[in-house]
Design a protein around this ligand. Structure first.
Ligand SMILES: [Zn+2]
Length: 53
């Protein structure tokens, strides 16, 4: 299971999805949390982590 978790972390850790236009943004976690990253397309800061529910 550990291996699986690592793979998931690598795939999803730094990828976020714009809530408005659904485009993917790759950025460091901390920057997104700090609100320093905005969507390239529409400029909103409403990003959510790319992850399964
Ligand atoms: Zn957007």
């Amino acid at each position: 299971m550990a291996k699986f978790d690592e793979a998931v972390a690598r795939k999803f850790a730094n990828i976020f999805v714009c809530r408005r236009c659904k485009s993917k943004v790759r950025a460091p976690n901390l920057k997104v949390i700090a609100g320093k990253v905005s969507c390239r397309k529409c400029g909103t800061k409403a990003l959510k982590p790319k992850r399964k529910k």
